[in-house]
Design a protein around this ligand. Structure first.
Ligand code: DX5
Ligand code: ZN
Length: 219
């Protein structure tokens, strides 16, 4: 069943020279979880951060760390990310041939398990995984960078996943990530999203704007 809307700022758009303060600021501004984008320079062209930085940030907030692994063959990294304090670990269905096993590893290690789909990957790619996942993260940009434009062609897939989750009465968050603004937030929520990830829309204008920026996404 669809839950009330939750907002997960992506720290990819934060000031990396003051990440701890940025996390405290979005926590105080009323975010629901903290989205952390991990990129390996292979699955996506960009490189970001690893488990030691997540461990260093863990004491800055009690809100859940929602870790989005945009890395090939993620299995060997999962233990480190969970030890570092990740509450949710999401892997891409395109990044491993044995995603069912990967999801089991995440749950068995004590975190919530997520699976993500690139814009071109159809909903059916996760149809056999609905009992194995706690969240489905739908990319509405090609992963790799913040600040890209929302791909509206993904909206029917969001609706399709909403219908699959509801038909099976699964307890799964339907997360939309990429190009979220107040306008596209409306479209994503209308299609069935119950968690929105937003980087540039939350961090625009600096800390004094964060509360208003988050509120503007609560459609
Ligand atoms: C993209 C990342 C997103 C990104 C969102 O690869 O997965 O989480 O940071 O940034 P915006 O909201 O600016 O598109
Ligand atoms: Zn992300």
């Amino acid at each position: 069943m669809k839950q009330s809307l939750r907002i997960a700022p992506s720290i990819l758009s934060a000031d990396f020279s003051r990440l701890g303060q940025e996390i405290r600021a979005i926590d105080n501004a009323g975010c629901d979880r903290i989205h952390i984008d991990v990129m390996d320079g292979h699955f996506v062209p960009n490189l970001t951060l690893g488990a030691p930085i997540i461990a260093a940030l863990r004491d800055c907030t009690t809100k859940p760390f929602d870790v989005h692994l945009m890395v090939n063959a993620p299995d060997h990294l999962i233990g480190d990310f969970i030890s570092a304090g990740s509450d949710m670990v999401t892997v891409h269905v395109e990044a491993t041939p044995h995603v069912h096993r990967t999801l089991q590893v995440i749950r068995n290690s004590g975190a919530r398990a997520g699976v993500s789909l690139n814009p071109q990957t159809p909903a059916v790619a996760v149809a056999a995984l609905l009992d194995q996942v706690d969240l489905i993260l739908v990319m509405t940009v090609n992963p790799g960078y913040a600040g890209q434009t929302f791909i509206k062609g993904v909206l029917p897939k969001i609706a399709e996943l909403r219908a699959m989750i509801d038909a099976g009465e699964h307890d799964i968050d339907l997360v939309v990530d990429g190009g979220i603004t107040p306008a596209t937030a409306r479209l994503a929520v209308a299609a069935g999203a119950d968690v929105l990830v937003a980087g540039s829309a939350v961090f625009a204008g600096g800390p004094e704007r964060y509360a208003d920026n988050i509120q503007a996404l609560r459609v």
